[in-house]
Design a protein around this ligand. Structure first.
Ligand code: 5GP
Length: 201
């Protein structure tokens, strides 16, 4: 029988470079990216069903009501959530499932799935984060300021995660990420939990 995959929950303030790190990790077919649902409009270049499932507020609330979200949160006035479908099936297939979610959702997941691996990615500094967000050029100054404020709040939760990676150098951050996952795959602690608690999510 195939080993169950790891549920990996990653949070990082937006503009932290987490997208680049995860894109590198996802080149490995052992990983499955859980596509979230959101009510925020797509950014240029984002594809429905690939980056997110872009849905209306009414549709999102309907899924919540039917118990179809593993976790969800509001972030900068929009809903974001992890549809239950797929996550369970992919874990059973032995895939490492990656959830890229913000801190409220991650704290929910810590309760629902204690065997999940929680990783927080920190920017080197807030001013570097500001510079990266401005350089991305996809948001107005007002939205950037709201996201910086949000980042400050989120970074206070970093110590609630199992691991913190500082993305000051991309190659190092990717190496750190891979090392964490390898250690978790070899961990007896997680393997024991898989047998007892894994059915919960
Ligand atoms: P963005 O709008 O920049 O794509 O995402 C904003 C925030 O929402 C990010 O911190 C991202 O990690 C988070 N997010 C994306 N999908 C989900 C989700 O399914 N659940 C939760 N709780 N947060 C999510």
């Amino acid at each position: 029988m195939k080993n169950r995959g790891l549920l990996i929950i990653v949070s990082a303030p937006s503009g932290c470079g987490k997208g680049t790190i995860l894109a590198e990790i996802l080149k490995d077919k052992a990983y499955h990216f859980s596509v979230s649902a959101t009510t925020r409009p797509p950014r240029e270049g984002e594809i429905d069903g690939v980056n997110y499932h872009f849905i209306s507020k009414a549709e999102f609330e309907d899924i919540i009501e039917k118990g179809g979200m593993l976790e969800y949160a509001t972030y900068c006035d929009n809903y974001y959530g992890t549809p239950k479908q797929q996550v369970e099936g992919m874990l059973d297939k032995g895939k490492n499932v990656l959830l890229e979610i913000e801190v409220q959702g991650a704290m929910q997941m810590r309760e629902i799935c204690p065997e999940g691996v929680l990783i927080f990615i920190n920017p080197p500094t807030i001013s570097e984060l500001q510079r990266r967000l401005k350089k991305r050029g996809t948001e107005s100054d007002e939205v950037i300021n709201a996201r910086i404020e949000q980042a400050r709040k989120e970074m206070k939760y970093a110590n609630e995660y199992d691991y913190i990676i500082v993305n000051d150098r991309l190659e190092k951050a990717i190496k750190d990420f891979k090392s964490i996952i390898r250690a978790e795959e070899l961990s007896t602690k997680k393997n024991k939990m898989k047998k007892t608690e894994a059915e919960s999510c």
